[in-house]
Design a protein around this ligand. Structure first.
Ligand SMILES: NC(=O)c1ccc[n+]([C@@H]2O[C@H](COP(=O)([O-])OP(=O)(O)OC[C@H]3O[C@@H](n4cnc5c(N)ncnc54)[C@H](OP(=O)(O)O)[C@@H]3O)[C@@H](O)[C@H]2O)c1
Length: 398
């Protein structure tokens, strides 16, 4: 089988993460052959650093290259669906960062759209964007690899094996993610990200819950267990009077996010067609470094998966600078006191494994574990949740 040629769209955090994990695979299996960025400087710098032969600021130039078999889309979410469709129409396989897409506004929308546009309108627009990508992938017969790293993480892999080893059913999945807020300027506005913490972060928790119930259904019943409805609440805790009160008292120094029109806290309950529940809580106001967990409450046991800080290694230092040269974990505020750095974040969080599966799926002409259907279902569930939060009542998922 020939070496898979990758063209990266995007040259910052997401692209670097993917590059680091392609580099763990043998070079005769996969090679990153081009990079495209908004500015020439950014892609050029990445190309020099990682010895990538081609850099451009024109996505069409990347698509025109015959030595590129797949495009890896790590651009801001508002560009995801358009880039995916253009890539598929050019005959390229697609590797796509989360979320698949969302609603980013249409001409004539009042601004800021996050507070001015109805969630019903947004849900319809996001659903159309998602379906357009699925249709383009099917029309062109290309693979679509959805970079939902949680379902590749070893703690979730072990959870699947434990569930399979039992005869039990999952009654509740409880998934959570929090940190002290995204620093990306794009994360502040709905029109750039398609939502706030619920979409940007919650897409992982939702993806894990949908995947696990789908997988459990296939295992036990020969067909997936489907989400039927969602009940949700969202909030802007950062601009709450509680946060202001702390600011006035000289506190509240650590939460870095400053959103314009997006939520920074969300809680949603997904009802599945076997009567079980997925209970998801995400927050941009959680200090202590990235926290990502999924717990399966089963009929015959409990399985707790922790993809971030765990006690494989623990450090103590009175001075925050004692271990300053070594990476601990994403979004950790301080290295002072007791800490639990990740031994290998790419491995624990499933980034290495997802890239291995994607490269294998494309080369072997098989479906990846995380594909277009999961990507579309996450968008549908999340926008149903946005509508539920607006209405204050349960919303059916189509
Ligand atoms: N799975 C995870 O845990 C995780 C973590 C972080 C991010 N992500 C995802 O990764 C993706 C990228 O995030 P990021 O943090 O890397 O974003 P970012 O820092 O905003 O970088 C976006 C990149 O896209 C490029 N770009 C923007 N417009 C473009 C255009 N029209 N044509 C070509 N390139 C363009 C930018 O070029 P310039 O450099 O020239 O500005 C930049 O390199 C997002 O979808 C995000 O959700 C996932």
């Amino acid at each position: 089988m020939k070496t898979l040629g990758i063209g990266l769209a995007g040259a910052r955090y997401g692209a670097r993460m993917h590059l680091a994990n392609y580099a763990k695979l043998p070079r005769d299996i996969v090679e990153v052959r081009g990079v495209c960025s908004r500015t020439k400087e950014s892609g050029g710098a990445l190309a020099r650093e990682f010895r990538i032969g081609f850099a451009t600021d024109d996505f069409d130039a990347l698509l025109a290259r015959k030595d590129i078999d797949a495009v890896d889309i790590c651009v801001p979410p508002a560009l995801h669906h358009e880039f995916a469709i253009r890539g598929a129409d050019a005959g390229k396989h697609i590797i796509m960062e989360k979320p698949l897409t969302g609603y980013f506004g249409t001409a004539g929308d009042p601004e800021p759209i996050g507070t001015q546009v109805s969630r019903a309108r947004m849900r319809e627009g996001a659903g159309k964007n998602a379906e357009a990508v699925r249709e383009a992938v099917r029309r062109n017969g290309v693979k679509f690899c959805y970079a939902e790293n949680w379902i590749y993480a070893p703690p979730i892999e072990k959870m699947r094996r434990l569930i399979a080893a039992s005869k039990g059913s999952i009654l509740e999945l409880r998934a959570e993610e929090n940190h002290s807020g995204s620093n990306s300027v794009f994360s502040r506005d709905w029109k750039s990200t398609g939502g706030g913490a619920l979409l940007r972060m919650g897409v992982h928790s939702v993806g894990a819950c949908l995947h696990l119930k789908q997988w459990e259904g296939q295992l036990r019943l020969g067909k997936g267990i489907r989400p039927v409805s969602v009940l949700a609440d969202t909030a802007d805790l950062i601009h709450s009077s509680a946060a202001r009160r702390a600011g006035e008292a000289g506190a509240n120094r650590w939460i870095s996010a400053n959103p314009v029109d997006v939520e920074n806290w969300a809680n949603l309950i997904i009802s599945f067609d076997d009567g079980s529940r997925g209970n998801i809580i995400v927050s941009d106001v959680g200090l202590g470094g990235l926290n990502t967990r999924v717990t399966a409450f089963m009929t015959d046991g409990v399985i707790k998966s922790n993809m971030t800080a765990n006690d494989a290694i623990e450090t103590y230092a009175p001075d925050a600078s004692a271990f300053s040269g070594e990476y601990f974990t994403e979004k950790l505020e301080t290295k002072a006191g007791w800490n639990r750095p990740s031994c290998d974040e790419d491995w624990f969080r499933g980034f290495a494994q997802e890239m291995e599966d994607f490269v294998g799926a494309i080369r072997e002409n098989r479906e990846p574990r995380s594909g277009i259907d999961l990507a579309v279902e996450c968008v549908n569930a999340i926008y149903a949740a946005y509508l539920s939060a607006e209405k204050g009542s349960r919303v059916m998922i189509d």
